[in-house]
Design a protein around this ligand. Structure first.
Ligand SMILES: [Zn+2]
Length: 340
């Protein structure tokens, strides 16, 4: 149970978010609206029905991907992609998220024959409108589907060339165990030459080897999840020494840590590893406020630790450091208020 002050801190504190996937985050209201507009039949027709469907059909990653594809099928036209990003921006504003790094997993759209330009133009227009209407800065990370052949992923990165004014990073997600990150070394080399910030999902369901390779072979500047780092003391020291951000999503890891209090974020932070928290895929696991709430209720995090996490989400972001002076000012004002 949160105190009133803690509830207010979570809600009112300006926050960044470093790890959220557009395609896995289509808000319920948006999915239903687009399904109606595009005459797509879904196995639910209410927001509650969609959430119930998700919770009963997404027990593992394979099921999640089936669900993800089903919900993404509502997006067909540029205006649909615009709407998704615009509504995500509205949700960000509601949570006092001021800066958000969104993975755009275009391959999920490509397999339905949607041209890249349709998706990218919609996302970019949405991003501009979100900044104008909500004051939320969105940054895009292009996501490789690691289960696809390396040559296809390399082609995807090369195809980003016309969009370098809207994409700032490259990432990698989907099934980890059978698809080690080194399969995509060439794609990351090309991304590096294009000046993209490099991150990868590693050490989520896979092991520490994948984190080491992401750092030392792919040259990643960040690791998404990275919870398995806790198994390797040398890796923990490496992450801490190099100030590599682990962009964690503790609610999203509930299959990995059936007892939430056992989550690796606590011992990793205690050993000096820099972490931030994000929602990953809100319709499936809850929004960022819910993520912060879980840190208090499940892990016993205190006010200062939540502030550190929020600050990390800006300081170790791709380009959100300019928000730090305002964030620090907000914290000074907050601290000056009496505790209850
Ligand atoms: Zn993710």
């Amino acid at each position: 149970m949160l105190t009133e002050r803690m509830e207010r801190l979570i809600r009112e504190m300006p926050k960044g978010e470093n790890h959220i996937h557009i395609e896995g985050s289509i808000p319920t209201r948006t999915a239903l609206r687009l399904a109606k507009r595009n005459k797509i039949v879904l196995p639910f027709d209410t927001e509650t029905g969609m959430l119930d469907y998700i919770h009963t059909h997404c027990g593992n990653l394979d099921m999640f991907m089936v669900c993800d594809r089903l919900i993404n099928s509502v997006c067909l036209h540029e205006e649909d992609y615009y709407d998704v990003v615009y509504d995500l921006g509205e949700d960000a504003k509601r949570q006092n998220i001021i800066y958000q790094e969104l993975h755009l997993d275009y391959p999920l759209n490509e397999e339905r024959g949607i041209p890249m330009d349709v998706v990218m133009r919609g996302y970019e227009a949405g991003r501009k409108a979100v900044l104008k209407d909500f004051g939320v800065e969105l940054v895009f990370i292009a996501g490789i589907d690691r289960s696809q052949p390396p040559e296809k992923c390399t082609a995807f990165v090369k195809n980003l060339e016309p969009y370098l004014d809207m994409v700032d990073g490259i990432g990698m997600d989907c099934e980890e165990i059978s698809y080690p990150c080194i399969l995509h070394k060439e794609a990351y080399e090309i991304a590096g030459k294009m000046g993209l910030f490099k991150t990868a999902h590693a050490g989520e369901e896979g092991d520490c080897r994948n984190i080491w390779d992401a750092l030392n072979v792919l040259g990643c500047q960040r690791i998404d999840h990275g919870v398995r780092a806790i198994d390797d003391p040398a890796l923990v020291r490496e992450l801490a020494d190099r100030k590599i951000l682990l962009a964690m999503c503790t609610r999203s890891n509930r299959r990995l840590f059936p007892t939430p209090a056992d989550h690796a974020i606590k011992p990793l932070m205690a050993q000096g590893v820099i972490c931030s928290v994000s929602s990953d895929d809100p319709p499936y696991v809850g929004d960022l406020l819910w993520e912060y709430q879980g840190l208090v209720e499940d892990l016993g995090f205190d006010e200062d630790t939540l502030i550190t996490l929020a600050r990390n989400s800006l300081e170790y972001s791709i380009k959100g450091q300019h928000h730090l002076p305002a964030f620090d000012e907000w914290v000074r004002n907050w601290k000056s208020q009496s505790t209850d």
